[in-house]
Design a protein around this ligand. Structure first.
Ligand SMILES: NC(=O)c1ccc[n+]([C@@H]2O[C@H](COP(=O)([O-])OP(=O)(O)OC[C@H]3O[C@@H](n4cnc5c(N)ncnc54)[C@H](OP(=O)(O)O)[C@@H]3O)[C@@H](O)[C@H]2O)c1
Length: 312
C-alpha cells in the first residue's frame, strides 16, 4: 500500500512538473512581444543589425523597420548595403537607416569606430546576427583536419569574437537607453553536428555568452534583456541548398520569430516554434542515437550540395 502511495505521488509530481513546463513553453510562444517597450512613443529608437545585407539579418532589418525602428545596417559590402538601404527606404519611408561597413573577420580595436557611428542615437536593440560558415570560409561541411589555419581563425572571429567585442563596446549605450534588448544568433549546430565542429563550437560560445550576460544584466539591475536565439535550418544565402518547408522558414519569418519572443524571460530559446519541436528531439534522444541522426542528416545535405554543384 505504502509503495503504491509513494509511486503514485512521484507520478503525480512528475506530471505536474511536466505540465508546468508545457504551460511555460506555450506561454513563451503565445504571449505578445515586449519589443515595443524598446521603441516608446515620442522617441526615435534605433536598432543595429550585423550582417544586414542578406539572409536573416536582412529579415531583421525589414521586420524592425516594419515595427517603426530606425536601423543601422552593418555589413562588409558597401554597394550591397546601399542597395538594401534603398529597398528599405522605398518600403518604409518613415524609418531611417544608416550603413556601417566593417569586416567582422577582423574584430580589432578599430571596432570602437562603430560606437562613434552610433553616436548619440537612442540605440535600444542590438542584433548580433553576422555569422555562418559558407559566407565566411566559402564552405560549410568540412572535416577539421581539412581546414586551414586561416579558416579556423575566420570562423571564430566572425561568429564568436566579433559579437562579443561589439556587445562589449555597445553595452554602456544599451544600458543607458534601457529597456533594451540584445539578440545573439546561435544555432542547432551547437548540439554537435559532424563536419561543423568549429562553427558549432562558436555557436555554443554564443549561447553560453548570452546566458551569462543575461545573468550579469540582472545582477547589475540593468533592464537589458539578452537572448541567445537557437536557429534550426533557415532558407538564406548561407543555407542555399535547402527548400523552404514546414521546418525550414524564410529568413524573414525566422527574424520575426526572434522579435516576437522578446520579453519571454529566457536567455536561450528556439524562437521559431517548429524548430522548437526539433529541439525536443535533440534533448530527448540518447546521445549515440542522436549522433547517428546527425551523421545521416549531414551526409544527405552534403550529397544534395554536391549534386547541385555538378556542372550541367
Ligand atoms: N541559415 C541557417 O540555416 C542558419 C542556421 C543556424 C544559425 N544561423 C545563423 O544565423 C545568422 C545569419 O545566417 P544567414 O544564413 O542569414 O547568413 P547569410 O545568408 O550567409 O548572411 C550573412 C550576412 O552576414 C554578412 N557577413 C558575412 N561575413 C561578414 C563579414 N566578415 N563582415 C561583415 N559582414 C559579413 C553577409 O554579408 P554579404 O551580403 O556581403 O555576404 C550577410 O549580410 C548567422 O549567425 C548564422 O550562423 C543560420
Amino acid at each position: 500500500m505504502d509503495a503504491i502511495y509513494i509511486l503514485s505521488s512521484v507520478g503525480a509530481v512528475t506530471c505536474l512538473i511536466f505540465l508546468v513546463k508545457v504551460v511555460r513553453h506555450l506561454h513563451c510562444y503565445l504571449r505578445p512581444s515586449s519589443l515595443h517597450q524598446c521603441n516608446p512613443l515620442g522617441k526615435e529608437s534605433w536598432a543595429l543589425v550585423t550582417g544586414a545585407s542578406d539572409g536573416i539579418g536582412l529579415g531583421f532589418a525589414q521586420e524592425l523597420c516594419d515595427r517603426g525602428f530606425n536601423v543601422f545596417l552593418h555589413g562588409r559590402n558597401h554597394q550591397k548595403l546601399l542597395r538594401v538601404q534603398e529597398q528599405l527606404k522605398a518600403q518604409w519611408p518613415t524609418s531611417k537607416t544608416k550603413v556601417i561597413v566593417f569586416d567582422a573577420g577582423k574584430p580589432t580595436e578599430e571596432m570602437s569606430e562603430i560606437v562613434r557611428e552610433v553616436g548619440n542615437a537612442n540605440l535600444t536593440v542590438l542584433v548580433n546576427n553576422v555569422g555562418g560558415a559558407i559566407g565566411v570560409i566559402a564552405t560549410e561541411y568540412i572535416k577539421l583536419q581539412d581546414m586551414t589555419h586561416q579558416q579556423v581563425q575566420d570562423l571564430v572571429s566572425v561568429n564568436a569574437l566579433f559579437p562579443a567585442q561589439l556587445t562589449r563596446e555597445l553595452l554602456p549605450i544599451l544600458q543607458k537607453n534601457a529597456p533594451s534588448v540584445i539578440l545573439n544568433m546561435s544555432s542547432a549546430a551547437a548540439h554537435g553536428l559532424p563536419w561543423l565542429s568549429v562553427y558549432g563550437a562558436t555557436k555554443g560560445f554564443v549561447g553560453t555568452f548570452s546566458t551569462a550576460l543575461n545573468a550579469e544584466m540582472r545582477a547589475g539591475g540593468h533592464q537589458v534583456e539578452v537572448i541567445g536565439v537557437i536557429v534550426g535550418s533557415v532558407k538564406s544565402p548561407g543555407n542555399a541548398h535547402v527548400d523552404e518547408g514546414f521546418f525550414i522558414p524564410s529568413s524573414r519569418t525566422m527574424a520575426r520569430s526572434a522579435l516576437e519572443r522578446v520579453g519571454c524571460g529566457r536567455s536561450q530559446l528556439w524562437t521559431y516554434w517548429r524548430h522548437r519541436l526539433q529541439g525536443f528531439v535533440f534533448e530527448w534522444l540518447p546521445e549515440r542515437l542522436l549522433q547517428l541522426v546527425f551523421i545521416k542528416r549531414v551526409r544527405i545535405l552534403i550529397a544534395r550540395r554536391d549534386e547541385k554543384q555538378k556542372p550541367a
